[in-house]
Design a protein around this ligand. Sequence first.
Ligand code: ADP
Length: 522
Amino acid sequence: MWNQPAAGRSRAFGAQNLGPSATRSDTGNRYTGAMALRICFIASEVAPLAKTGGLADVSGALAKYLHAAGHDIRLFMPLYAQIDRSTLEVWPVEFLQNVPLQLGSHALRFDVHTARLPGASTMVYLIDCPQLYARGSLYTNDVDEHLRFIALTHAALLACQRMGFAPHILHCNDWHTALAPLLLRTVFAWDSLFAETRSLLTLHNLGYQGSFSSDLAADTGLGPATGQLDAGERYAGRINPLREGILHADHISTVSPTYAQEIQTAEHGWGLDGVLRQRAGHLTGLLNGVDYEDWDPRHDRHLPRHYNANQLGIKAELKQLLQQRVGLEALAQRPLIGVVSRLTLQKGFELLFDTLPQLLQERDASLVVLGSGDARYEDFFAALAQLWPQRVAFQRGYNEELSHWIEAGSDIFLMPSLYEPCGLNQMYSLRYGTVPVVRRTGGLADSVQQFDADTRSGTGVVFNDFDGGGVAWGLNTALDLYQHKALWRRLVQNGMAQDFSWRKQVGAYERLYQHLLQGPRT
Ligand code: ADP
């Protein structure tokens, strides 16, 4: 069944198909320029339906703004058990029910439902396969983790076939859907529906590659094309979906220009720097945008009060409310440092193990941390909160509303990342007048400029070295600046004047798509 016939396609035409339809005759339409594009976008998480990090924010926002720009974007994601269906109106797609999918020895069946993405007019296609997606969390360490997302990828392409949707662009994201370009070139190559399709793989985080044992190669559903999987990885007993995506996508993008450079070095390449250098001519860094409909203190739906750059008194009130909410001593003059993050090695919190206890001894500052992850970081923040109950609050877990409160109510936002493909919170912080203290890496380097007190230019504090001295310098510099009210106000207002909107950034993706369509397949 590796060469899935497009059974039911003829039935598909004219059947329920919410959204503009493309039919087989459209494949003859070679893309000629500024026309609406058909985009098949596949992602393992999409905000606000299912989110663990920035990938969800980017998928949701990019789909929304591409749709608003007039493109026909079909967004595919799993129907996780975690998706709150109580407020979601979901329709079954009539001709995409009980679809068989054989991957190795796994005889799967899936349904496709469609719904309007909350907060947008884009339709999202939800792949319903409880056997794969009804688990305790979005991602697991289960033995079939690879299968869950290979199935998503196949299902999206099969759905395109049954809908007669001929995408100009197949846009896949991270390891989960990175087999899509190879599938397009092999299993789906027979279908002229995809004759003009160009594939784009966006790397949101190279640290996660989804490798699995080569004993499970049949699960890729590549059939006779299994031999095209990278020989070096197979020799090592692995299949690495991300490497396959990098090798076979027509183009690769990543989420900031600096990260696009960094991943070509051994230090940040996670073993894929060689193949990335090999494909450097087809690699572009595009900074993520911010969805200011969700993240703007002038109308943030999670905040009890709203403010702009001339209403910083209201921000101060929100700080007090935040301090009360998380159980900190409510002192207006005491600078409050905020953290909202996955607590993993990537985020650099081990730099705080020595630095923060000392800083709390020496300086009058307080800290609020929201996040969960590795026990060593959770334990560290929990212990700190126990030691300094009035000045340190640690909220373990994921809390959308509180993350907005922390952006609004903190004075300083800390991101000491070891590496950061783009990072969104520093850009949110800028809009909320919360001064980012960041390490100069990836998207942090591209979105925060060191403040210069002489010229009064710059938007935050940027430290270079990934060590305790670096982060201590960053925090002390920010705390010193905080004492100079006029300078601080200027720094805050510089940040609030920045514009990282998706409305702007979406144009960069449109230009990249157009560039791909005008060139040959690579
Ligand atoms: P990453 O994708 O590496 O986690 P990003 O900065 O790109 O980092 O995106 C993180 C997103 O996840 C932001 O929207 C951030 O607010 C959100 N987030 C992270 N941890 C939490 C949490 N514990 N509670 C709420 N939101 C969180």
